[in-house]
Design a protein around this ligand. Structure first.
Ligand code: GDP
Ligand code: IMO
Ligand code: MG
Length: 440
């Protein structure tokens, strides 16, 4: 029955792609449960770098069934391009399945995202979205005016739903002075997408439930991160879905009691791309070190990511709301060369010491981080293959995180490649679970 959820604990880009690829060796299906092509998940295999936006990151393993779940918003254009890219590089996508209930990102969603962001930028209020149409598509879902992947296979239904949506979207686009869309063009495009993807569109919830019933292990791959969660993040500077582990239930087709492991993915420092509070942001040489050494440039948009020290205030919150029971710590190699490393243990807000996550952007903007300083290390960590290979100061940093985060670190990553991974307690996160189960 096992189901494992992988989710980001910070502001996205924690290394979920690497984690998903690693764990895929031991599971039968990988399900993306939310977000869309705003995500950029990197998997590095030798000289090859794969940047995936919609296709689940388990796709590089032949035995995996990659599933795009009902909670995802799908831009079929991106999906088809990504499948072609994978096929051209020798990766099969014939096993891919896409939920008939997943919502479609239409060209008017993308245009509206850009129009709204452009208008907001003039008043300094832009979210800094990826402009992939994510918010408008989820908005239509909530407004019940969305188009679902299954609708692409029903010409009459599609025409009537599109006709209603286009009239509304055109009025809105015109109010921004943006170009409008012709119904017939959109209908032809959507039907063509349906024809190209018909073989993959299905009831993925039945597939997932079938796998679990057969005792197969299913992995749920989150996109973005807890601090970008619509309800738990730095609203309104968030994405429009629920990256938290609970999102795997609503967006993946399982119930809460079917989840038996939540692997929280964290970076050894903080990064954020787009607008919104990042309390520990560094605009000095250390921030420059983290961004440049960490190659912190967006996988989807190429934008420079903001960087800062590790922050335990949101991290502890993330461990709680995701019910994380095992952690993967990534990119600790990037801290090499810093004489000191700091960690934020609380904030001073309006003269008060706060150590719980303030779900309020105004307070977060006023939050002054309170730091604890640890000794840094100069050694390159990228060749380390076990915890014993890490210098003592790096081991102390790991111990400090484990002590304060509220969950054990079972995996440490010291580089983008599969073999740059240290298994801490047991050899394999999944293996540990199985062994624990066998012993019980
Ligand atoms: P995701 O969105 O969470 O999948 O993360 P991204 O792929 O957007 O960004 C993580 C980046 O860090 C990618 O370029 C990875 O190849 C790279 N990466 C992952 N783990 C490590 C690590 O431990 N060390 C280093 N140096 N790079 C890593
Ligand atoms: P992965 O899965 C980092 C950010 C955008 C913006 C906000 C809203 O690779 O970790 P949206 O386009 O979703 O409406 O933008 O969310 N954002 C991400 N930041 N990693 C991501 O995905 C992100 N997906 C969206 O920069 O601030
Ligand atoms: Mg990313």
């Amino acid at each position: 029955m096992p189901a494992t959820v992988i989710c980001g604990l910070q502001w996205g880009d924690e290394g979920k792609g690497k984690a998903t690829d690693l764990l895929s060796a031991d599971v039968s299906a990988v399900v993306r449960y939310q977000g869309g092509d705003n995500a950029g998940h990197t998997v590095v295999v030798g000289d090859e770098v794969f940047k995936l936006h919609l296709v689940p990151s388990g796709v590089l393993h032949e035995h995996i069934t990659p599933i795009v779940g009902p909670g995802v918003v799908v831009n079929p254009r991106t999906l088809l391009t990504e499948m072609q890219m994978l096929n051209e590089r020798g990766i099969a996508t014939a096993k891919l399945r896409v939920s008939n209930a997943a919502h479609v990102i239409m060209p008017y969603h993308v245009a509206l995202d850009a129009a709204r962001e452009g208008a907001a930028a003039d008043s300094g209020a832009a979210i800094g979205t990826t402009r992939r149409g994510i918010g408008p598509a989820y908005g239509d879902r909530a407004w019940r005016s969305g188009i679902r992947m299954g609708d692409l296979l029903e010409p009459d239904l599609l025409r009537s739903r599109l006709a209603a949506a286009v009239a509304e979207k055109n009025a809105l686009l015109a109010s921004y002075g943006a170009a409008t869309f012709a119904l017939d063009d959109l209908l032809a495009l959507a039907l063509d997408w349906g024809r190209q993807l018909a073989w993959a569109i299905t009831d993925t919830t039945a597939l997932v439930q079938g796998s679990l019933a057969r005792g197969e292990h299913v992995l749920f791959e989150g996109a973005q991160g807890t601090m970008l969660d619509l309800d738990h993040g730095t609203y309104p500077y968030v994405t429009s879905s629920n990256p938290i582990a609970g999102g795997a239930c609503t967006g993946g087709g399982i119930g809460p009691l079917q989840v038996d492991q939540v692997l929280g993915i964290m970076k050894a420092y903080s990064t954020r791309v787009g607008a919104g509070p990042l309390p520990t942001e560094l605009k000095d040489a250390v921030g420059e070190h983290l961004t440049e050494k960490g190659h912190e440039y967006g996988t989807t948009t190429g934008r420079r990511r903001r960087s800062g020290w590790l922050d335990f205030v949101p991290l502890r919150y993330a461990v709680q709301v995701n019910s994380v029971n095992t952690l993967m710590l990534n990119k600790i190699d990037i801290l090499s060369g810093l004489p000191q490393v700091k960690v934020c243990t609380g904030y001073r807000v309006d003269g008060m010491l706060v150590d719980s996550w303030p779900l309020n952007v105004a307070q977060l903007e006023r939050a002054e981080p309170v730091y604890e300083t640890l000794e840094g290390w100069s050694e390159d960590l990228s060749a380390c293959r076990s915890v014993a290979d890490l210098p003592a100061a790096a081991r102390r940093y790991v111990a400090a995180i484990e002590e304060r985060a509220g969950a054990p670190i079972d995996v440490i990553s010291v580089g983008p490649e599969r073999n740059q991974t240290l298994m801490v307690n047991s050899g394999s996160v999944l293996g540990a679970r199985r062994r624990a189960g066998a012993a019980a």
